[in-house]
Design a protein around this ligand. Structure first.
Ligand code: PLP
Ligand code: ZN
Length: 469
């Protein structure tokens, strides 16, 4: 169903936008015809039948809440084995009372990012409609995820479109290793997405970006697991990085439906965090006051058209070391506005310097994540400092991707000589310093620098004395 004009289409069609109004489609259920459990606790009991792949999956364990496929149609590779955890160090860093900040660690998915939650659902629909080829544009994790579903299940071939230059090696290596046909477009992610949408439409290829509404159905399960981790209590805040805004949109839809079904009694607040180098949502929501406005989007259209026209005229391109959210034209913008309305949400931007600092704190707290994921903790810290979130609020930050996705950013942060971060000390041959300086990083207070020592027993012993080990 379409979110604005309420046109409906059959589940057997392969569409992403409405042919009448051009907005993205939503999956809508007639809950009166579907058996819905009386309480969320019933899903927990499935832990005891984990030999059934559908009960093992952290997505399909909740299949009554995304009931678009028959059991035998479902494509699963055991995604969503992720849990809510706490880290005293990270909570303290962000300014929270003990135990109040929780981390939903989605890096533990089969391909190392939350994308698997959505890709299992998109793969299921691709299977339902008999697709032979699937494609996506990607800053890296979507392609890694689609590629693993394709290579594991052999149900379809995969083509991934990536931009040039920015993709991290951890992610590129996955697409190549899993055997996806990989097209490197001479452009950025926004260009690659535009191309793949046209190519898929022209060739009848199944499109797996988050314009695909089935992706969002799967990603709702991240919130189901958060609630499960809290013994079915609703937290005060969900904090999530914002890129193409599929996650934030899915979270809003999850809470709307749970409330409608009487399975929760209130909805948490939502904070979406942009990197300052790709802050379209922040600018539109916080500065231009763009709102969902109950679905009356005439004014929104005027504001966004003007914004994107100006962006193109200025040739403004997204730029952040948090490459997974380096996106200037978020496709789920309107759905995200709806989520922000339902969840009484806020949007913030954080600098690459603060993202990398938060990332190092998350690492020191026992959780590895990639830069984009750390925007959530950096954002929670900022909202705490601004007094929007109180130290006693129960806050869940989503760690969207695994640390090993982007080791370059990690090694650069920890090993760069801080003296080289000032423009005066710049030398072109220092690749890490150049990379960080370009991202506006001027200091690395959370760095754990490797110590160079002579290849001599006495020198090593003297060093250990000096550092008190
Ligand atoms: C895709 C991705 C994001 C952005 O999520 P959206 O749903 O596009 O907003 C954030 N972090 C990581 C690690 C990602 O892979
Ligand atoms: Zn429509």
């Amino acid at each position: 169903m379409n979110q604005a004009c309420r046109a409906t289409y059959s589940i057997s069609q392969t569409l992403v936008d409405c042919s009448k109004c051009g907005h993205l489609l939503d999956i809508a259920y007639d809950w009166s015809r579907i058996p819905v459990p009386g309480s969320m606790r019933q899903f927990e009991s499935r832990w005891s039948s984990r030999r059934n792949p559908l009960d093992f999956s952290g997505v399909w364990r909740f299949r009554e809440l995304l009931p678009f496929a028959k059991d035998e149609q479902i494509v699963t590779i055991g995604e969503g084995q992720t849990i809510l955890q706490s880290s005293a160090g990270v909570g303290k860093y962000a300014g929270f009372q003990s135990g109040k900040l929780l981390l939903q660690y989605e890096g533990l998915n089969p391909s190392g990012s939350f994308k698997d939650n959505g890709m299992t659902a998109a793969s299921t629909h691709a299977h339902m409609v008999g697709a032979k080829v699937a494609a996506c544009a990607s800053t890296g994790n979507t392609s890694a995820s689609l590629a693993i579903y394709s290579s594991t299940t052999r149900l379809f071939e995969t083509i991934v479109f990536i931009g040039s230059g920015k993709i991290s090696f951890g992610k590129l290596s996955q697409a190549l290793d899993y055997g996806a046909k990989t097209l490197q477009i001479q452009g950025d992610f926004d260009d690659a997405l535009r191309q793949v949408r046209d190519v898929c439409a022209a060739r009848g290829i199944y499109l797996c970006n988050s314009v695909n509404p089935f992706r969002l159905e799967g990603q709702k399960s991240i919130m189901f697991r958060v609630l499960e981790g809290l013994n079915w209590e609703v937290p005060d805040w969900i904090v999530v990085p914002g890129g193409n805004l599929g996650n934030s949109s899915a979270f809003g839809k999850a809470f709307t439906e749970l409330k409608e079904l009487g399975l929760i009694n209130r909805i948490p607040r939502l904070a979406v965090i942009n990197a300052s180098g790709s802050n379209t949502l922040y600018q539109l929501f916080e500065q231009h006051k763009l709102r969902w406005n109950g679905g009356r989007l005439d004014e929104a259209k005027i504001i966004t058209d003007k914004f994107f026209t100006q962006m193109d005229a200025d040739n403004r391109r997204a730029s952040t070391l948090a490459t997974a959210i380096e996106i200037n034209r978020p496709v789920n913008l309107l759905k995200c506005l709806r989520a922000l309305e339902v969840c009484d949400g806020v949007v913030r931007e954080v600098s690459d310097e603060l993202i990398l600092e938060a990332k190092a704190q998350i690492g020191a707290g026992g959780f590895g994540c990639e830069p984009a994921s750390a925007a959530s903790v950096a954002g929670a810290k900022l909202l705490r400092e601004q007094g929007v979130i109180s130290p006693s609020d129960r806050v869940v930050c989503i760690l969207t991707g695994h640390q090993l996705k982007d080791p370059t950013a990690t090694v650069a942060y920890h090993s760069v000589d801080p003296a080289r971060l000032s423009a005066a000390a710049a030398t072109e041959d220092d690749a890490y310093a150049t990379m960080l300086r370009k991202a506006g990083v001027t200091q690395t207070p959370a760095a754990n620098r490797p110590i160079v020592v002579e290849n001599k027993f006495e020198s090593i012993m003297a060093l250990l004395d000096r550092i008190g080990c």
